[in-house]
Design a protein around this ligand. Structure first.
Ligand SMILES: Nc1nc2c(ncn2[C@@H]2O[C@H](COP(=O)(O)OP(=O)(O)OP(=O)(O)O)[C@@H](O)[C@H]2O)c(=O)[nH]1
Ligand SMILES: [Mg+2]
Length: 369
């Protein structure tokens, strides 16, 4: 129903280039809907222009509400983790506490319980000890601030972390099955569209028909274009077609959903490598992002997965999902500190609004405050 159905399925990359139909058109879902939306925006704008002062105040207020909403959702999402460590953190940072070996042991225990991981925890505690010594700190509460600031600093992103959102870009979303790739593609498409970007998504998981249907549903919800093909079609071929269509339609960001499982793992990895090469070759000017999606509830296993996928594509960011379903949200800190790849987004629920840009300050505050 949506998208085109491709007849030629070929394994050979060169053949893919030659046999695919160059006339392929992306199907815009809800075209009438988007027309309706355009008109309503125009009307709103003209009203706004008439009362520009009011609108500025309103904008600031809306921004405030958004920020509050963002933090409330994050806090809500991290409830299980916070509850898990709250007692220990409170005991460790009790104002009557001496900063001694026992204090550091309690702290270490709290961090490990939240799944921050032994190595990352040791690093954090060592840095804290140094700072406490340097600054002659005796007050446990002051020490808490030092700890949080140090984790925030470690987790903060480079200025250019989200540059792809403002330029022509292709985002490849990879990860093992069930981690939340398709859901994340839908949420990300929605976020970008909401910021006025022209987004197209591509269902390169052709392994199961249900996967394409699921992404088509997300395309409808996010009101973005989708390219899809028949079950069993060559995934790299679908990506090839999507790239051509994205170029032709002057799409800002093309997001590729991929399979988490093929007939075997080697097969999957080879297919992902091939997709990566095709995007590089066919769209050299686009900014590239390769995001690995990791399920926050799988704990340290996520680290092993990330290392494996790093062999197929240069991972430029990590997306950690299902943080609302785990008491071990500290895994975000462990993953970032061990892989040295930035965590760029986190999933805090199943809804379309539940993908957040990673904000180190907000994250650490939501976890420990
Ligand atoms: N609670 C919660 N559930 C999530 C989140 N992200 C994804 N899910 C759920 O996780 C399940 C799997 O999500 P999918 O998006 O289908 O995962 P996938 O990686 O595409 O799976 P495959 O296509 O089988 O590889 C779905 O039930 C999602 O609703 C999240 O942030 N929080
Ligand atoms: Mg999927």
């Amino acid at each position: 129903m949506f998208g085109f159905k491709k007849k030629n399925i070929t394994e050979n990359e060169q053949e893919v280039t030659e046999t695919l139909n160059p006339e392929v058109e992306a199907v815009s879902i809800n075209e009438t809907d988007s027309e309706t939306k355009d008109t309503s925006i125009e009307t709103e704008t003209s009203v706004t222009n008439d009362a520009s002062l009011d609108s500025e105040t309103e904008e600031v207020a809306t921004e405030e509400v958004k920020k509050k909403g963002f933090f409330a959702k994050l806090k809500q999402g991290l409830t299980k983790t916070r509850d898990n460590i709250k007692n220990r953190i409170d005991v460790a940072f009790d104002e009557s506490r001496q900063i001694d070996d026992e204090f550091y042991e309690d702290l270490e225990e709290a961090l490990v319980m939240a799944d921050v991981g032994i190595d990352a925890t040791e690093g954090i505690i060592d840095r804290l000890k140094e700072k406490v010594k340097e600054r002659h700190i005796f007050d446990a509460r002051e020490c808490k601030k030092l700890l949080l600031d140090s984790i925030k600093e470690q987790m903060s992103l480079e200025q250019d972390a989200y540059d792809f959102e403002n330029t022509q870009s292709v985002v490849l979303v990879i990860g093992v099955n069930g981690v939340g790739k398709t859901t994340t593609v839908g949420k990300l498409a929605h976020n970008l569209k909401d910021n006025g970007r022209k987004v197209m998504i591509v269902a390169a998981d052709t392994f199961r028909a249900a996967a394409t249907e699921q992404l088509e549903e997300w395309a409808k919800r996010a009101d973005v274009d989708i390219i899809s093909a028949q079950e069993g079609a060559d995934p790299s071929g679908v990506v090839f077609d999507a790239v051509q269509s994205a170029k032709k339609k002057n799409i800002d960001t093309l997001i590729c959903d991929t399979a988490g499982r093929l007939h075997n793992k080697k097969n999957l990895m080879e297919e992902l490598k091939k997709m990566n090469r095709i995007i590089d070759r066919e769209f050299p000017d686009a900014k590239r992002e390769n995001f690995i999606v990791l399920d926050g509830t799988t704990g340290q296993n996520a680290l092993i997965q990330a290392r494996e996928f790093a062999n197929v594509a240069d991972l430029t960011g990590i997306i950690i999902t299902k943080l609302d379903g785990t008491a071990k949200g500290g895994i975000v800190v462990a993953i970032q500190s061990e892989l040295k790849i930035p965590v760029k987004y986190i999933g805090v629920g199943e809804g379309i609004e539940d993908l957040q840009k990673f904000d180190a300050n907000a994250f650490v505050d939501a976890l420990f405050e």
